[in-house]
Design a protein around this ligand. Structure first.
Ligand SMILES: Nc1ncnc2c1ncn2[C@@H]1O[C@H](COP(=O)(O)OP(=O)(O)OP(=O)(O)O)[C@@H](O)[C@H]1O
Length: 255
């Protein structure tokens, strides 16, 4: 299996705090790779390096062979790396469809002048974008909320719309930052099913950061554990669950 992402010996410090301290991992082309670790372990910092929000002091990060370090977030998104956020970051007064259309903005290849001069092309793209958005509405079973402002929706559905917006970008790698945080059991089970459908039907590789251990162990192909910015262990869920260093990191007990 070839890798879509290589994250090699990355180090990032803030005024002496080592947020990422020599982390390496790779993600295969159809892999669901999870990153777990206690609060403050460095998980969000890894996502911020991947999406171009933070620039590490050292290390190498390549996505389909392209070096990501130093690239701006919008450029990285254009390369096909889409993310969802820990807290829902949607336009709450816009409808579900409008929020999903915003996810398509890299796919609009015409400016306002071109829209006038090349009406045909602009119109074709608009129709194509709407079709893609409708496919996502279907895939994530959002039909009944298509025209509802996102701010009025239950929290679990808002998180699903956020996932939809990331899918609307037609990414090549999806970063999911705590997709079930704050959800009830039913919402969590629904989200787990959509994540599996994304892997099995869209064959999209994903990196999942999540505190819900049951979800991680059920869904992930491989899991990396980080603690104090350092990698503790990486492996298949069955091995990670019983790894002594992982138990120590989580329970805070000594060997
Ligand atoms: N912009 C920043 N400025 C200063 N310190 C930061 C910054 N971002 C992260 N850190 C520090 O880096 C460390 C790792 O934080 P990070 O948010 O990556 O952890 P996390 O594993 O995502 O935690 P959580 O599970 O609570 O979201 C923490 O000590 C944090 O305070």
């Amino acid at each position: 299996m070839s890798n879509v992402l290589e994250f090699h010996d990355v180090r990032l410090a803030f005024a002496g705090v080592k947020a990422i301290d020599g982390v390496s991992f790779e993600v295969g082309e159809k892999e669901l790779f999870a990153i777990i670790g206690p609060n403050g372990a460095g998980k969000t910092s890894i996502f911020n390096v991947l999406s171009g929000v933070y620039r590490p002091q050292t290390g190498r990060v390549t996505f389909n062979g392209v070096d990501l370090i130093g690239k701006r977030p919008h450029r990285i998104a254009e390369l096909g790396l889409a993310r969802t956020f820990q807290n829902v970051e949607l336009f709450s007064n816009l409808t579900v469809l409008e929020n999903l259309m915003l996810g398509r903005h890299h796919h609009l290849h015409y400016g306002s002048l071109a829209a006038i001069a090349w009406w045909g092309r602009a119109k074709r793209q608009e129709i194509e974008n709407r079709q893609r958005v409708e496919e996502i509405v279907d895939f994530l079973e959002l039909e009944q909320w298509r025209k509802v402002p996102v701010g009025l929706l239950p929290y679990g559905v808002q998180k699903r719309v956020e996932l939809g917006r990331a899918l609307a970008m037609e990414p090549k790698l999806l970063l999911l930052d705590e997709p079930v945080a704050g959800m009830n059991l039913e919402e969590t089970e629904d989200m787990a099913r959509y994540i599996l459908d994304i892997r099995d039907e869209l064959h999209l590789p994903m990196i999942l950061v999540e505190h819900d251990m049951g979800l991680v162990m059920d869904l992930a192909d491989r899991v990396m554990v980080v603690d104090f910015g350092q990698p503790v262990a990486t492996g298949i869920p069955a091995d990670i669950q019983h790894h002594p260093e992982v138990i120590r990191a989580y329970l805070g007990v000594s060997n």
